[in-house]
Design a protein around this ligand. Structure first.
Ligand code: HEM
Length: 332
């Protein structure tokens, strides 16, 4: 995963990482957002449609090993699953098709994003920090829509949809391009959320414990990888500009997890998901946010890897990590 060659992108990206870490008081060795997570392993099985749309290996091989990381929002490593700021959850998915060869899809559980660019994200974070968020929301309609969008607690991580939001191009053997936005749906289709009263009766790790229990009990966790297919003229360079609801949603295959990582903490510290696909058959769209995000994730991931080994006691709240964020919860 190479760093961006554009110094402005790297500079803005570095500032974003610093600002996010500051907002959440994220300890070294953790992600400044989506800090609390769990790695799962499994396989992806594509549909025939996937191989018609793209020459990418994971859409053509009968099955491909995958790694998934489910996460709560915020840079607070011990945030209870029942905390409203834990939503929207994140789901990062890696298809592994060779030694050090892989491609990723990174998604979260809301079909919207608050800002269009890295610079706008910095301004949004700045307004949260200096108390001018009211003015910011009054002049940024899309941010307001994201902040106000319902973010209920799911029954389980696999009873809600996830959205990768940025547009991508699937390329077939003749070079034909299909512009898509990925979505990940519960395997049985239905989304199940908790009522506020039900949340109160749940334990602070109910989502992660449930996944661990399912896998150690010998069952699997399944989803469907879907795409919303764009039409001519649909915008691809603006994550805040949604496509009309009548765009077709197609099924690209089954995501199935059946294993837990043997060295979860260490591997979480090491793995850096990449917003840019970097595989033949899946191209980034013209959305400049992709390059910005790739730069941000690399800067953040390298800092995490360089940090001393994560100390369990600290992560368990001794160092004030259970504290609330500085009003920066609704970030992403
Ligand atoms: C301005 C835009 C964005 C910024 C500044 C940003 C920032 C970050 C940072 C700093 C990380 C930690 C990366 C690492 O240390 O490995 C991260 C991870 C993550 N982000 Fe973003 N992000 C942005 C957009 C998005 C979008 C659009 C989505 C969802 C569609 C998203 C979902 C996630 C998820 C799920 C993770 C956790 C990945 C993992 O498990 O390693 N982010 N983001």
């Amino acid at each position: 995963m190479p760093q961006s060659q554009d110094p402005t992108v790297v500079q803005t990206g570095t500032k974003l990482v610093e600002t996010l870490k500051g907002a959440f008081h994220t300890p070294a060795g953790y992600r400044p957002v989506h800090a609390k997570g769990l790695l799962l392993t499994g396989t992806f099985t594509p549909t025939p449609l996937a191989s018609r749309l793209s020459i990418a290996p994971h859409f053509n091989n009968p099955s491909t090993p995958i790694i998934g990381r489910f996460s709560n929002n915020t840079g607070i490593p011990k945030i209870p699953d029942t905390d409203d700021n834990a939503n929207p959850a994140g789901f990062a998915l890696r298809f592994v098709y060779g030694d050090r060869k892989h491609t990723d899809i990174i998604s979260h559980a809301v079909p919207l994003f608050p800002v269009k660019t890295g610079q706008e994200m910095l301004e949004f974070l700045g307004s949260l920090g200096d108390g001018t968020i009211g003015q910011f929301l009054a002049t940024h309609e899309k941010t307001k829509k994201f902040v106000e969008y319902p973010k209920p607690h799911p029954e389980r991580f696999d009873t809600q949809r996830y959205y990768a939001l940025n547009a991508f191009k699937l390329v077939d053997g003749d070079g034909k391009v299909t512009v898509v936005r990925y979505q990940i749906h519960p395997f049985l289709g239905e989304e199940l959320f908790l009522q506020n009263e039900q949340v109160k009766s749940k334990s602070e790790n109910y989502l992660f414990d449930q996944f661990k229990d399912t896998i150690t009990g010998g069952e699997t966790v399944k989803f469907r990888l879907m795409v919303q297919v764009g039409q001519d003229g649909d915008p691809t360079n603006d994550i805040t500009n949604q496509w009309p609801d009548d765009r077709k949603i197609k099924d690209l295959g089954v995501i199935e997890f059946n294993g837990l990582s043997q060295h979860d903490e260490e591997e979480q510290k090491n793995i850096i998901f990449d917003p840019i696909p970097r595989v033949k058959g899946v191209e980034p769209s013209d959305d400049p946010l992709l390059e910005m995000r790739a730069s941000v994730y690399l800067t953040s991931g390298k800092e995490r890897r360089a940090a001393p080994h994560v100390e369990k006691e600290k992560a368990n709240g001794v160092d004030g990590l259970d504290g609330q964020a500085d009003g920066a919860a609704e970030i992403h």
